[in-house]
Design a protein around this ligand. Structure first.
Ligand SMILES: [Zn+2]
Length: 224
């Protein structure tokens, strides 16, 4: 009887960096959304990180992105219980991310109105206000957290139009998702269509979403 071989790619930072390197060596540009819009390449990975719980963990991933010559779009919440955008460590982390060339955006969420009243549009505006105060600049992009909770992609599309004074994109626009762009996500620590390391060279245009919570140096317990 043979033991199963270890999976080719896992969730270690080592594997993560190795995969980014593979995309670069295969001729892909790896950037955030804004850079893709401004300067799309024939082979292009839009790399996205949604920060559901922690900015610290995301900073570790953002540093690896930069070390490997990649940039990413990093989306932060304003209603998170685990972090406060206005805390000094968070402000410093956000600045470091931007200094590394990454693009910080709003991870927009719904549901607050179900408890406190108002509607998703009012609460979206309040999230934008807090985000812009923390970043000290206008919002340019957002990604939806649990999109089904706030009217799905249609809500995001309408909001994009309403916010078009400065906002140029949201992550689930048709131009960034399958079939226009192959969309892969590590949601719940599970790559439904296989680890992004298995997709190098298979599709020219890709959006890869990771949640830094799932990634670790030596063991997952570093993160919780
Ligand atoms: Zn989320």
């Amino acid at each position: 009887m043979q033991l199963a071989p270890p999976a080719e790619f896992g969730f270690s930072f080592h594997d993560y960096a190795r995969v980014l390197r593979a995309y670069k060596e295969n001729g892909y540009a790896v950037t955030g959304f804004g850079e893709y819009i401004r300067n799309p390449q024939p082979k292009h990975v839009v790399l996205r990180h949604d920060l559901d719980n922690s900015i610290d963990q995301a900073l570790r991933v953002a540093r690896i992105d930069a070390q490997e010559g990649c940039a990413s779009s990093i989306f932060v919440r304003v209603h998170a219980r685990g972090y406060n955008l206005m805390s000094l460590p968070a402000l410093a982390a956000l600045r470091e991310m931007e200094d590394m060339g990454h693009e910080v955006g709003l991870h927009l969420e719904g549901g607050i109105n179900e408890v406190l009243g108002g509607n998703n549009n009012d609460w979206a505006d309040r999230q934008r206000t807090v985000f812009e105060a923390a970043l000290n600049r206008s919002l340019i992009g957002f990604s939806s957290h649990e999109p089904a909770r706030m009217g799905g992609i249609e809500f995001a599309d309408n909001l994009l139009e309403r916010w078009s004074d400065t906002v140029t994109h949201h992550a689930y626009e048709d131009r960034f998702t399958t079939p226009t762009m192959k969309y892969l996500s590590d949601s719940s620590g599970n790559w439904r269509e296989g680890h992004f390391g298995l997709w190098v060279g298979k599709e020219p245009l890709m959006q890869v979403l990771t949640h830094p919570f799932w990634w670790f140096d030596k063991v997952p317990a570093e993160n919780y």
